[in-house]
Design a protein around this ligand. Structure first.
Ligand code: ADP
Length: 936
């Protein structure tokens, strides 16, 4: 018995050293399965144990797993919180969600590996324990074998035998067997044996489950991978589809064959799309299988719980299954949504394709269905023939007129000789005869900018927008621009250089100019490329060169030379800003006297801050007579005794306009920057017409720059764009509805720089977010804002992007809730109109065109239907602050009122339709006067 006692002591020591934590955990399992008697027996065995390194390791491993599982749980919760965005994000966020899923899978895999390691540890420890039990049994056997009764070969079964034998022997020797049963060693052995059995069963179960789970996870992983591949392909297909759709209208009129090829391409893509929908459906089936499998696993776990498996293990597996299940459900839902979306897309796609194919039959012969690109191409082709001296002027005129009137015969002739030699095409065209007169006007814009090929600011938008609107009204509209090296060439269709050189006068010499043609936004455009040693438009920027006065006087002269030499009978030459105001005196003083006198000149000043002044002699570069023009009633600047080109534009034009009625009033006094008296003197021909915006380009329901298109009746897309931009710019927010204030502007003093800065800080103070997109031609201003940008670089609520970025500007209009324009003066301002079109409520200073387009929401003197934003009058920070506060208050306290305001703003008609009609009236009365004068 002494040996027995020693063995018991040894066992106890071993137990406390190496098996503490395992025993404690195992014991918890055993407690539930055993009767209370055993429980007390087991409890009496447990004693305070020192924490060992093995215990720490194991506990560490457990808590690691727990943490990972918690992390997965949290992530799932986050995902479900974000759920309402998922439908909005669609493809873009789908990719990210897949990434999240993959991350989760990774975490689960780590947890699984940890669990396997844990089990292995348990098994190792169990084996060690088993060995010790065996040793103990051996010792006991040996002790009893001295009595010659014990077989020590089979320790497992032997324990039973050995126990009985101890009892019998004890009885035979007169001992009390009950005492032996109560001996701690004996009881310990019994418990150990039970423990051993449970451990084995647990480990086996756990292993089986882990293998099963690993298989399920692998399957899920494969499915997710497959789906993400599928998504990438569909995204690519969609992008190609969009490009194909845009392309198709460019290509249609020019090459029927290519058009048909595009249709075939679309058909092929449709096939692919259908294929993908089928694959998605198959994926859905696989998801269903997976669902069943997860259910099975869950059921078997539930069974496991009723038997004697470790609650820890069961819980771990259950949590993993839960995570897998919710991932599976999310995946299932997404796949389903995708199927619906793609089915819808396929149907629409098929519809459009059907229509296109149907139209293709008519296209060859129907002039009316031809887009502007086609007619502009024809016009440029005819002009090219004439300028290259391939056809005489009279024929060119006849053909131009036919093209302008969109005569069916031109269309037929074009398609009849497609693929033929140029000389054959010309011959076919020359056979055509002219009939009838057009009531439309021939209008040529000469400008320094045009959107989207050469844009610095609003002028570019006006030239393109007004040009397109006039073209739509049946006028022949052409544009002449410098050929800048920094132009967006990809925005020009059929750009080609003509095989002709136009000579134009400059500084006592004649210089050659290459003439390029191409269509931009459906308008025929001529680009003049001077062959002058100063490389006037080869400067990598539009303006801001030391010789701007020379560059643009050169361009104005060359542009008129081109028109003159092309022999066109133009009704209106419309020049814009001082850069092309040279045209007015040049036309009347030089070209009209050469018989090129059919046109009337319209000059629009987009901003009286820029007037183009220079020492008087500089005017002579372009051939103007300085002596004649350097007079107070002609081109002499009203203050400085220099030459003022904007003044020349006013004096020498038949029509003078500016870009809003209020600005037209303002410039008659202080706002005229010295030209007020000239304007007053010429007030009969001076008028302010509020600019429009190109509602084709600025349309949130078709804007290809946006993450999601939307409209006034479906504002969900706006929220999605906001979330998208926030992510893109790193503007983090817990609250999706936190107001986003934006400002897109040239950073020049006119725009109220101190108020822009103040608005940034005030917005932050009011709990909003702010985005500024702007750049400055003035280096110290650019640097100053870079300083502000740096200050907020790590701020979650403020972002300054100090560059010109057309695509980003679209995204900001769409994402923002409010749009701030605190200008010191603003001739018209386009950004408030664009902002409203995209549902961003304007907050503006009452000046110039802002007064004509934004009306305060709280101003009871204004009809309710006109109230569309928030305005302030003074140029101090306080006025802006209270205006912002009012807007924030409506936004947060009256969301329904705000929503109605947003919807109302989006529906306001800021198109060019009405302003173009006003220009049309002005043109027509000028032309009528000219014709009347010619008759008398
Ligand atoms: N940094 C920029 N990036 C992209 N677009 C800009 C930027 N700054 C201004 N714009 C665009 O230029 C035009 C500005 O027109 P407008 O409001 O008339 O001002 P201005 O002509 O005085 O510059 C708008 O189309 C606006 O979106």
């Amino acid at each position: 018995m002494a040996a027995c006692g020693a063995a018991a002591a040894e066992y106890s020591a071993l137990l406390s050293l190496s098996c503490g934590p395992i025993t404690r955990r195992r014991f918890a399992v055993s407690c539930r399965a055993r009767p209370p008697g055993n429980l007390s027996l087991r409890t009496s065995m447990e004693r305070p144990q020192k924490s060992t390194s093995s215990e720490d390791d194991t506990n560490g491993a457990i808590s690691q797993i727990d943490e990972k599982i918690a992390a997965i749980g949290n992530e799932q919760q986050e995902r479900s919180k974000d759920k309402h965005f998922e439908s909005d994000f669609q493809l873009e966020d789908f990719g990210e969600m897949i990434q999240n899923m993959e991350k989760n899978i990774l975490l689960l895999n780590q947890a699984r590996l940890q669990a396997i390691e844990d089990v292995d540890k348990i098994l190792t420890e169990k084996e060690a324990l088993q060995k010790k039990v065996d040793t103990l049994e051996m010792n006991l056997s040996k002790a009893l074998a001295t009595k010659g009764n014990i077989n020590t070969d089979i320790p497992g079964d032997h324990l039973e035998k050995f126990t009985k034998e101890i009892l019998i022997e004890s009885a035979l020797s007169g001992g009390n067997p009950a005492h032996l049963c109560e001996s701690p060693l004996f009881m310990e052995l019994t418990v150990l044996k039970e423990e051993n059995m449970l451990l084995k069963a647990d480990a086996q179960f756990l292993k089986a489950k882990i293998v099963e789970f690993a298989e399920t996870e692998e399957f899920l992983f494969k499915l997710e991978k497959e789906r993400s591949l599928l998504d990438a392909t569909v995204r690519e297909l969609e992008a190609r589809f969009l490009v194909a759709q845009t392309d198709i209208w460019k290509v249609v009129p020019l090459q029927y064959d290519v058009w048909m090829e595009k249709v075939e391409n679309l058909q092929h893509m449709l096939g692919c799309l259908k294929n993908h929908v089928e694959k998605y459906a198959a994926l859905l089936d696989q998801h269903d299988d997976l669902h069943d499998k997860i259910d099975e696993l869950e059921a078997s776990l539930k069974e496991g719980k009723t038997s004697e498996f470790s609650p820890y293990v069961v819980e771990l597996l259950q949590q993993k299954l839960k995570a897998a299940k919710s991932r599976h459900q999310a995946g299932h839902q997404e796949t389903n949504t995708h199927i619906q979306v793609y089915q819808q897309l396929t149907e629409e796609f098929q519809d459009n394709l059907g229509k296109l194919i149907e139209e293709s039959g008519r296209l060859e012969h129907s002039a009316n269905s031809m887009p502007s690109e086609f007619w502009s191409h024809i016009l440029l082709m005819i002009d090219g023939w004439f300028l290259e001296r391939k056809i005489p002027n009279t024929d060119a005129r006849m053909l131009r007129e036919m093209a302008w009137k969109r005569d069916d015969r031109i269309c037929e002739a074009y398609f009849a000789c497609k693929g033929a030699k140029e000389s054959d095409v010309m011959e076919t065209f020359l056979k055509l005869t002219l009939s009838g007169n057009s009531s439309g006007l021939h209008i040529v814009h000469i400008a320094a900018e045009m959107a989207p090929v050469a844009k610095v600011g609003g002028l570019a938008d006006v030239v393109a927008g007004l040009g397109k609107a006039l073209q739509t009204k049946g006028h022949l509209v052409e544009i002449v621009l410098p050929k800048y090296d920094c132009m967006q060439l990809d925005q020009i269709t059929n750009l080609k250089v003509l095989d002709v050189v136009i000579q134009s006068y400059f500084d006592g010499n004649l210089f050659s100019n290459n003439v390029w043609t191409g269509t931009v936004e459906g308008l025929p455009v001529y680009f003049i490329e001077p062959q002058h040693p100063s490389k006037f438009f080869w400067r990598a920027q539009y303006y801001g060169e030391h010789d701007d006065f020379k560059r643009y006087s050169y361009f104005s002269r060359a542009a008129l030379e081109l028109l003159y030499q092309s022999g066109k009978k133009i009704d209106i030459i419309h020049c814009h800003d001082w850069q092309t105001a040279f045209v007015a005196p040049l036309y009347w003083d030089i070209y009209a006297t050469r018989g090129f006198s059919s046109a009337r000149i319209c000059f629009t000043c987009h901003n009286f801050e820029y007037q183009g002044t220079a020492p008087a002699p500089d005017l002579s570069y372009c051939g103007l007579d300085v002596e004649q023009l350097d007079r107070p009633d002609r081109m002499q600047d009203n203050a400085h005794g220099r030459i003022n080109v904007a003044k020349g534009g006013i004096v020498y034009s038949n029509i003078v306009t500016t870009v809003s009625p209020t600005y037209a009033l303002e410039v008659r006094s202080e706002g005229g920057r010295g030209l007020q008296d000239t304007l007053k003197m010429h007030s009969r021909k001076f008028v302010g017409i509020l600019n429009g915006i190109d509602t084709g380009t600025w349309n949130p329901s078709t804007d290809r720059f946006l993450a999601v298109q939307y409209s006034a009746t479906d504002l969900q897309g706006k929220a999605a764009n906001k979330a998208f931009l926030r992510k893109q710019l790193g503007l983090y927010s817990e609250d999706a509805s936190q107001p986003l204030v934006a400002c897109i502007t040239r950073l020049v003093p006119q725009k109220g720089l101190h108020l822009i800065r103040h608005a940034i800080y005030k917005t932050a103070e009011l709990g909003g977010q702010f985005v500024l997109l702007g750049s400055s031609p003035v280096p110290h201003i650019q640097r100053e804002f870079e300083g502000v940008a740096d200050q907020f670089q790590k701020n979650n609520n403020i972002r300054l992007i100090l560059k010109y970025d057309e695509a980003l500007s679209h995204c900001i209009y769409a994402a923002s809730d409010m749009f701030i324009i605190p200008s010191m003066f603003e001739p018209c301002g386009l950004t408030q109109m664009i902002a409203m079109r995209y549902g961003s409520v304007p907050i503006v200073r009452q000046t110039g065109g802002l007064c004509d387009s934004v009306f305060d929401f709280d101003d009871e003197t204004i009809p309710v239907e006109l109230r569309n934003g928030f305005t302030f009058a003074r140029t101090d920070e306080q006025d802006l602050s209270s205006c912002l506060e009012r807007a924030f208050s409506y936004y947060s306290r009256k969301p329904m009122v705000w929503k109605q305001l947003v919807q109302k703003d989006m529906q306001i008609d800021f198109s060019w339709d009405s302003p173009a009609s006003q220009y049309e009236n002005l043109y027509q009365s000028a032309v009528a006067q000219a014709r009347g004068a010619a008759q008398t």
